[in-house]
Design a binder for this molecule. Structure first.
Ligand SMILES: [Zn+2]
Length: 302
């Protein structure tokens, strides 16, 4: 598995000296970042599988930031010098829907993560983050209960998914929970298919995905959205309030604008690059990878 080095730490890793946060009124509990027990070192078989399933990983390479520890803002998870808190909602957004983000471990160490921005915009308890690759009812009883609840939905597109727009938002006044998988496209696919828990909730998808605004990270197709964008779109539908989406996306726009000002390049999606002949990575030798790329160009389901 490919891991990137960066300067980021989770709030729990910080020593007391670095807790000089820009917004001391916000506690860490916004993001319940429980590391799942399932994150044991992968076996060689798993590593091999991970490498093949992460074959588009090169496309998601991000600028590697310096490894020296810098003071990090506990609210937005960004280095204090580039803190995005001014772009977050002044107060956590009032929502009825609960989000459950199951995050691939590689995602947690990325330099540019969108989930902390999401967690910082929502009230405590409305956005739970669980890190891991394999989950089960025995090891993750809370997640098991969430997945068993008939009011829970999982946002993962596919032929069996119904459009979120067509789902009753609050059946009999119960609170809906939406499970979202946070990882690259291939990591999310692997996590969805290898965890039986994730096939228990009703599967939903976003009918109309606008092009990703997260332009500094190459997305595999034009319709792929970052986790923050997915969550923002889903919450706007569930809460019947489009303003929520705008408020949640504001820090993402600011983050992209900042990165672009500092030398990041706009990344077209891989689909766009392949279609317009601007894909400049060495072509893969592996037949399966070539087939996948061909299917990507012809926009078939992969
Ligand atoms: Zn901040």
């Amino acid at each position: 598995m490919r891991r990137r080095t960066d300067c980021f730490r989770t709030p729990g890793d910080m020593d007391s000296q670095s807790r000089n946060i820009c917004d001391s009124s916000v506690s860490e509990q916004n993001s319940t970042n429980n590391r799942a027990e399932s994150e044991r070192p992968p076996s060689s078989e798993e590593q091999e599988r991970e490498e093949t399933s992460d074959e588009f990983g090169d496309l998601f390479e991000l600028p590697v930031e310096i490894t020296e520890r810098r003071p990090t803002c506990l609210r937005c998870g960004r280095p204090q010098k580039v803190c995005l808190c001014p772009f977050l909602p002044a107060r956590p957004l009032e929502v009825n829907t609960r989000l459950y983000i199951v995050q691939h471990p590689a995602e947690e160490s990325r330099a540019l993560r969108t989930v902390p921005l999401l967690a910082a915009s929502l009230p405590p308890g409305k956005c739970t983050v669980l890190v891991g690759r394999r989950f089960s009812e025995e090891r993750n009883p809370e997640l098991g209960a969430v997945c068993r609840n008939p009011a829970t939905l999982i946002l993962y597109p596919g032929p069996d998914a119904v459009n979120l727009e067509d789902v009753e938002t609050d059946p009999l006044g119960t609170t809906r929970t939406v499970v979202i998988i946070d990882g690259t496209w291939s990591q999310a696919k692997d996590m969805f298919h290898r965890n039986a828990l994730f096939r228990m909730p009703k599967q939903v998808q976003l009918k109309s995905s606008p092009f990703s605004q997260y332009v500094i990270r190459t997305q595999p197709t034009n319709m792929c959205l970052s986790t923050l964008e997915c969550a923002a779109a889903a919450l706007a539908i569930m809460e019947k309030n489009q303003a929520i989406k705008e408020q949640l996306l504001r820090p993402l726009r600011a983050l992209c604008a900042f990165q672009l000002q500092h030398g990041a390049q706009v990344h077209d999606s891989k689909e766009q690059l392949l279609r317009t002949g601007r894909y400049d990575k060495p072509m893969p030798k592996n037949k399966r990878k070539i087939k996948r790329m061909e299917r990507l160009i012809s926009s078939q389901n992969i």
